[in-house]
Design a protein around this ligand. Structure first.
Ligand SMILES: Nc1ncnc2c1ncn2[C@@H]1O[C@H](COP(=O)(O)OP(=O)(O)OP(=O)(O)O)[C@@H](O)[C@H]1O
Length: 270
């Protein structure tokens, strides 16, 4: 579907290390002893059938779920030592951002304001200063605004800058959602089905933007995706989950060659 990545920043050391993660909801074992790593600048896909545990895995990584076992290390730091309340913020401060399967945008707000909302973590002045738009708060807002305008140009959504997000086609809303996550200047971007519900053209655009984010900003990307054409085209390595177990891990070619993965998920012909 797209050209293979025209290699960008060298893939580096392990940035995110997932070790022996197990997560249950009552009697449902969503994840059983899952381990894998993600290297700096890598595009890493998580695939598997419905209910395999993919979203749960992302929720463990960004601190929404607390696994009963195992640890998640971000640049060597064990995230399990933070309380659930602090863990999410800590992950965000350490540069982990995510988009959601079901869009979580403010539909009545403009594209610009939605992306600006993603800058929250970088805003130093408190809300009162910002509301009054005085002195340092005004300077700060101008700086953030410039940053957001650059993102809007990058994502080619200039014509919609002031349009309420709810009125945009779905593919563009997903692009705004990506913009909002990028406004956090993440080092690791978690994308939950970024191409779901898109037509072919919208998927091609989204693939191009994901590759450009990885290439131009050096952002490490972990994505869940069901479109195998996309996954095999843009990923450096792929983790395969099935019923909460890891059944495959490797390059797209290695995963495609695995009998267990073909049997459980891909089917013959991939
Ligand atoms: N908050 C929750 N409460 C109870 N069970 C949950 C919860 N979240 C996930 N599960 C269960 O955990 C298992 C894994 O679900 P998860 O959503 O992680 O799978 P998935 O691979 O992302 O699926 P899909 O591709 O359909 O999005 C499923 O059996 C699901 O019903």
């Amino acid at each position: 579907m797209t050209d293979p990545p025209g290699r960008r920043a060298e893939i580096g050391d392990v940035l995110l290390d997932v070790r022996n993660i197990s997560l249950s909801f009552g009697g449902v074992k969503a994840l059983s002893d899952i381990s894998f790593d993600v290297r700096e600048h890598e595009i890493r896909a998580i695939i598997g059938p419905n209910g395999a545990g993919k979203s749960s895995m992302l929720n463990c990584i960004n601190g929404v779920y607390q696994p009963q076992q195992g640890e998640i290390r971000l640049r060597g730091e064990d995230m399990g030592r933070f309380s659930p309340r602090h863990r999410q913020r800590r992950m965000a401060e350490r540069g982990v951002a995510r988009t959601f399967q079901n869009l979580a945008l403010f539909k009545g707000m403009s594209v610009l304001d939605n992306i600006m909302a993603g800058r929250g973590l970088h805003m130093k002045r408190n809300l009162l200063w910002q509301a009054l738009r005085l002195g340092p708060a005004l300077h700060e807002e101008i700086e953030h605004r410039e940053q957001v305008e650059r993102l809007i140009d990058f994502l080619e959504i200039q014509p919609y800058r002031h349009t309420p997000v709810g009125g945009l086609p779905y593919g563009l809303q997903k692009r705004v959602d990506l913009g909002r996550a990028l406004a956090m200047e993440p080092r690791v971007l978690l994308l939950d089905e970024p191409m779901a519900g898109m037509n072919v053209e919208e998927k091609q655009d989204m693939c191009r933007f994901i590759l450009d984010v990885n290439d131009e900003f050096g952002t490490t990307i972990v994505l869940i995706e069901h479109d195998m054409g996309v996954v095999m085209d843009i990923s450096d390595r792929v983790v395969v989950l099935d019923y909460g177990r890891k059944i495959g891990d490797g390059t797209p070619d290695e995963v495609r060659a695995s009998e267990e993965v073909v049997r459980a998920y891909l089917g013959p012909g991939h």
